[in-house]
Design a protein around this ligand. Structure first.
Ligand SMILES: *[C@@H]1O[C@H](CO)[C@@H](O)[C@H](O)[C@H]1NC(C)=O
Ligand SMILES: *[C@@H]1O[C@H](CO)[C@@H](O)[C@H](O)[C@H]1NC(C)=O
Ligand SMILES: *[C@@H]1O[C@H](CO)[C@@H](O)[C@H](O)[C@H]1NC(C)=O
Length: 575
């Protein structure tokens, strides 16, 4: 057998596969045609412009940037990474070979059993569990450890590649950063380290003094001018608290909240970003108490409200934390510009989606409660209750079924982004002002965004509504999704416009395959070099290998023959 030739042929097969899959994996947004939507809403053009950012020969404008065609606000929205850990590794949960240990104890009479029969019964029991639980659990634990390790890097690949390719200005992770609210503090810290140092490497926790409590409408967190100073916002990650991070209302304690906020950032805050208006004529039309008090035009502003909606519904375990959430919402509402003003836009980032009837999204209305012995709090919920959902639409956005309300009940512009439903969903919630005679005849109605668009509902008079985008999870089982929200300002209408697109890497198996093939190529290449060097220095590699193979073969033949003789002897003896 010619070893060098074998390795060479292997490399010949593996190298093209490795190159093709690696190029695809590392450039997946390119092959998927992903890009932040442009103000033209032309996805083809968006892709072409994004491509230019990465083409070294493309022309750049005088100030060295080529971003002027892009929307000034580009939010990379990632859903439910759910970093798992200890709690999904059986040997960590149950220990290593627990039933074998019990058998040993039983046989060494270190357990309490009344009778010998009982002792034998338990031992047999444990023996079965040893074979059917302990041993499979060992293999499952090894598999799971490898799986978890790879998963961190798979998710990291999405974050890193999307950042590099699509150039977001802001990044959010919409809750369920970790996979379980039941983990102890040490494990929580470990997952926090994996989150920051592995999966979202390069990302930064939002400093507490930047995550403001709503106070002053004129406090600005940042300016959307693309300057170097504002680049800090591309690193900061706006983390949302999810049920696996802090627990549902019935589990949410101050301790869980404290550790979440310490590791990932505050759970309730707002940020305000202003778009500079450089044109002096336009700038002069903006409301100003001294020079232009009559105007209804605000300086263009995007207000981001990050909200913990885990304890909006009742009963909640900690009334202190629930009061804090309600107080926060009230201060968000209290510090909003009047609904009659133009130029503002509110993005709510939260975890649990708002109420909608069953059948619209994968998740429908669902509630489960702890038993009263356990406090009776919310144990699980898929959606917020209809009442809690109104807090968003009627409270934060100020939309009202009552046409006599401020601003005719049309409310202020905004959008909700959330996670929780791993499959993702895109819906529109509205009230019909022409329905009936009063607000009591006008319930909130819910439809898919695609249907709303087909019927042109958002453009119709007397149908105020808001869109809610539930971003599909970035987990491998859901295709490694990333959401891209672009926002730009229409100076004629003096209002914000937006568009949203998804980008998917594909399932985790492809990531594994690519890295396995790459590893094999390296292995083959190293072996090949070793063999060639040995042969060059006069070692007969082929001959040696032949001898080794020959010896192994002889040993196997020998063993088989001996066993055959033994069996034959035994059978003869039994005659
Ligand atoms: C990340 O790793 C560095 C160095 O290994 C360490 O000093 C730092 O504390 C880690 N960060 C977190 C959030 O654990
Ligand atoms: C409008 O112009 C004034 C004076 O130049 C400036 O201070 C202000 O920031 C401008 N407004 C906006 C929204 O850019
Ligand atoms: C709104 O209500 C009016 C009057 O009932 C009805 O004709 C119209 O179809 C409704 N619009 C929608 C979108 O349901």
């Amino acid at each position: 057998m010619a070893v060098a030739a074998f390795l060479r042929r292997g490399l010949g097969l593996l190298v093209p596969l490795a190159i093709a899959s690696t190029v695809y994996l590392y450039l997946y947004p390119f092959f998927q045609g992903c890009a932040f939507p442009l103000p033209s809403r032309d996805s083809r053009a968006a892709f072409e412009e994004t491509k230019k950012l990465h083409w070294p020969l493309a022309e750049t404008s005088d100030n060295g940037t080529s971003m002027e065609h892009f929307a000034p606000f580009r939010l990379l929205a990632l859903g439910d990474p759910q970093l798992e850990g200890d709690t999904s590794i059986p040997t960590q949960v149950y220990g290593v070979l627990p039933h074998l240990k019990k058998i040993v104890k039983n046989l060494t009479f270190r357990t309490e059993h009344n009778s010998l029969r009982e002792r034998i019964r338990m031992t047999l029991h444990d023996t079965v569990d040893f074979y059917f639980e302990d041993i499979p659990n060992i293999f499952e634990s090894i598999r799971k450890r490898i799986d978890l390790f790879g998963n961190d890097f798979y998710l990291a690949h999405i974050y890193r590649t999307m950042n590099w390719w699509a150039k977001p200005t802001h990044v959010t992770v919409l809750g369920d950063l970790v996979g379980s609210q039941w983990i102890d503090d040490d494990e929580f810290e470990r997952r926090g380290r994996r989150f920051w140092n592995r999966t979202f490497r390069g990302g930064e926790r939002l400093p507490d003094d930047v995550a403001q409590y709503p106070q002053n409408q004129y406090d600005i967190s940042g300016v959307l001018d693309g300057s170097a100073e504002q680049q800090i916002w591309t690193k900061r990650i706006l983390n949302v608290a999810g049920n696996h991070d802090i627990g549902y209302a019935g589990d949410l304690t101050e301790e869980r909240m404290e550790r979440f906020e310490r590791v990932f950032g505050k759970a309730n805050y707002e940020l305000r970003f202003e778009l500079p208006v450089t044109d002096p004529e336009l700038n002069a039309t903006i409301v100003d108490d001294d020079t232009n008090p009559e105007s209804l035009r605000l300086a263009p502003e995007i207000r981001i409200v990050v909200l913990n909606d885990m304890n909006l519904d009742t009963p909640a375990k900690s009334s202190v934390l629930q009061d804090a959430t309600y107080a926060f919402i009230n201060s968000v509402i209290g510090n909003s510009h009047g609904v009659e003003f133009q130029g503002g836009f509110t993005i709510v980032l939260t975890h649990i989606p708002t109420y909608k009837p069953a059948g619209l999204c994968v998740d429908g209305p669902f509630f489960d409660f702890h038993t009263s012995a356990d406090g009776g709090g919310v144990k699980e919920q898929y959606l917020l209750s209809a009442d809690a959902s109104k807090g968003f639409f009627e409270g934060i956005f100020g939309v009202s079924a009552n046409t006599a309300a401020a601003g005719n009940g049309l409310g202020r512009p905004g959008l909700i982004l959330n996670g929780h439903d791993h499959a993702g969903c895109d819906t529109y919630h509205f009230v019909n002002h022409t329905n009936g005679t009063g607000p009591e005849d006008r319930p909130w109605q819910h439809t898919l965004w695609s249907d709303a668009q087909a019927q042109k509902l958002p453009l119709q008079e007397g149908l105020p509504g808001r869109r809610e985008i539930t971003v599909r999870s970035m987990m491998g089982d859901y295709g490694g999704n990333a959401g891209m929200l672009s926002m730009w300002f229409d100076f004629e209408k003096w209002e914000w416009q937006y568009d949203y697109a998804d980008c998917q890497l594909g399932r985790q198996h492809f990531w594994w395959l690519t890295h396995s093939v790459d590893f094999s190529v390296v292995l083959f290449a190293v072996l090949y070099v070793v063999v060639v060097v040995m042969e060059a220095s006069g070692v007969d590699v082929d001959g040696r290998l032949d001898r080794v193979v020959g010896r192994v073969r002889a040993w196997i033949v020998d063993e088989t023959r001996q066993r055959g003789t033994k069996t034959a002897t035994r059978e003869n003896g039994h005659k």
